[in-house]
Design a protein. Structure first.
Length: 270
């Protein structure tokens, strides 16, 4: 395990800094809303503790920026690194290229990050929802409101991220080079699965789910289904059909039929 870098808070704007990545004090940005425009899904997760899960995998940063100018430089480097990693892959990017794309000197890069691995790990902390798409399942508030729209919006965002993996694909490339990172990914996935189970438990206690639903097994089954979808590569099934089908499978597994949501008749199309 590498040493945990020291964190520092930015008291001027209420932001919370964890190992080179600044997050909000309450929530992370809603990937569902950014990808699908689904304003109905609230940001229910405070991921600061989860961000610290990755901290032992990161060497101490050369410095912690505190002045506004230093923060802007650091953020420019993060943005440039994200764009280059997504465009070229992890192996196709150098620290010199990240510095050039950010409009700063190579020396400035090394003021904030030891190497390109460290800046990717900082991005992983800052953009957990982009890299670990299953975290979006943990945001499903099924105890209130229109559960169909909540489930559909989350499934749409997960499938969209599978089609355009972005930083998640770059993370997988790093994982292939450093298999010792696997326990960190396992811990993050377990966190997301546990949070989904809590959401299901809350919805069952509210009387919305099947009363005999096996919460733990159902959470695992939903994750397994989405893992299978993530592995698909060569089919040409329209994305909208897939979203609707997966939404229907989950909805019918969780919710008993009601007058407003009757169970389909045998042979009836969905």
């Amino acid at each position: 395990m590498r040493q945990t870098a020291q964190s520092a808070g930015d008291e001027s704007n209420g932001a919370h800094e964890v190992d080179g990545a600044v997050t909000s004090p309450q929530t992370v940005p809603s990937e569902e809303q950014r990808v699908t425009g689904a304003a109905s899904i609230p940001d229910l997760l405070d991921l600061r503790e989860l961000e610290r899960t990755l901290a032992p995998a990161i060497e101490p940063f050369p410095r912690t920026p505190r002045q506004a100018r230093s923060l802007r430089t650091r953020d420019s480097l993060l943005r440039a690194a994200a764009e280059l990693f997504v465009a070229r892959g992890y192996a196709g990017v150098t620290a010199d290229e990240i510095a050039a794309a950010a409009g700063v000197s190579v020396g400035a890069f090394y003021n904030y990050y030891r190497n390109k691995r460290q800046i990717l790990m900082a991005l992983a902390q800052k953009r957990l929802g982009d890299i670990f798409s299953h975290l979006r399942l943990a945001r499903m508030d099924l105890a209130h409101g229109d559960h169909h729209e909540v489930i559909r919006a989350v499934i749409a965002s997960v499938i969209a991220s599978d089609r355009s993996p972005g930083l998640r694909g770059v993370w997988q490339q790093l994982m292939s080079l450093e298999p010792e990172l696997a326990p960190y990914q396992t811990a993050i996935r377990a966190y997301a699965r546990d949070q989904l189970a809590r959401q299901l438990q809350s919805a069952r206690e509210a009387g919305r789910l099947w009363p005999d639903l096996d919460i733990e097994a159902t959470s695992l089954a939903i994750f397994a289904m989405l893992d299978t979808l993530s592995a698909r590569r060569d089919d040409d099934l329209p994305e909208e059909r897939l979203i609707e089908s997966v939404t229907a499978i989950i909805e019918r597994a969780l919710f008993p039929p009601t007058a407003s949501n009757p169970a389909p008749r045998d042979g009836a199309s969905s």
